[in-house]
Design a protein around this ligand. Sequence first.
Ligand SMILES: Nc1ncnc2c1ncn2[C@@H]1O[C@H](COP(=O)(O)OP(=O)(O)OP(=O)(O)O)[C@@H](O)[C@H]1O
Length: 364
Amino acid sequence: MNIGEKTIAEAGRGVAGSTGSGVSVIEVTELRRRYGGAGRRGKETREPGGRSRSGGQAEGRSRPGGRSRSGPQESYEAVKGIDFTVGRGELFALLGTNGAGKTSTLELLEGLAAPTSGRIRVLGHDPFREREKVRPRIGVMLQEGGFPAELTPAETLRMWAGCTTGARPVEEALGSVGLDGRKDVRVKQLSGGERRRLDFALALLGRPEVLFLDEPTTGLDTEARHATWELVRELRDAGTTIVLTTHYLEEAEELADRLAILHGGRIAAAGYVADVVAAHPSHLSFELPDGFHVGDLPPLGELGVIGHETTGRTVRLRTDELQRTATKVLVWAQDKGITLRGLDVRSASLEEAFLHIAKGLENT
Ligand SMILES: Nc1ncnc2c1ncn2[C@@H]1O[C@H](COP(=O)(O)OP(=O)(O)OP(=O)(O)O)[C@@H](O)[C@H]1O
């Protein structure tokens, strides 16, 4: 996937693409969203026309294949007072377990519904009340798009291009998501992954300044996922501001500048990926030889160990000071003249940080 140099520059609309430039394109303050229920706070205002997929003047359209969020519902607060900002040219990932509130938040940012309370600014405007100012400048890839089944990808894109101001050429959009070879096949014959890519092409069509991607690689095979990552990076490097939700922590680790982990409608952790990860312990594990027990190690406190488990001969140590712990364990082993088989020294991954947060909060 390559959207071409000229196109990349255009995608950013000439905006300097430095990450975390300090200029906030998205500002979210004390944001709440409650579904259903009686009373003023329980009533949710929704955009009547459904959605706007890409920039330009494309009118909103319903989502035939999509999940319906309207209709009578019990009162439920899905977003419980969250705050964050996203800088121009930054890629911000919203992570969380199922039902954490990611899509509910994203829909508010996209202007598809009004928040119950709180404040949102996208490109300096309220995305719901000032939709006409925001919509032409954003691109949206919903979790489940809906396409007319009888059209081909080329026809679908041409249709959208027809009602989008300044749309990129259809062939270019198809090429950017690797669908050029499937452009004349009917949408109903596309695979799930190919439909996801068509959805991405539609979101790109209007050369958006801000791109919202709801689980963009769900259902894609490994090759297509990596190609999508490359395209996302190209867009980000060109200055496009991107908000992404994903269940793939590796994806967030690969792409995100900053992220927020949502849990039960609240932000449980947020910041630069390295900082969120660094806030969680690293691990050191090894097998002790016959005749040695964990009690033979130097006092664990002196090693900087904050917790440990043993399974048979295998010892697993948790530490916030990986280098110190590893050095002391290795020096000890050398002094004793023993080999620590299966030695594994590793920093926390985003996955471990995520599980730690989810587990920790569930236990409180
Ligand atoms: N229309 C609705 N009426 C009532 N509750 C809803 C509605 N839509 C979503 N919810 C609830 O709000 C909560 C947050 O849902 P949301 O789809 O935002 O989560 P998510 O983090 O995107 O989850 P997933 O990863 O499963 O897509 C869930 O408990 C969900 O059941």
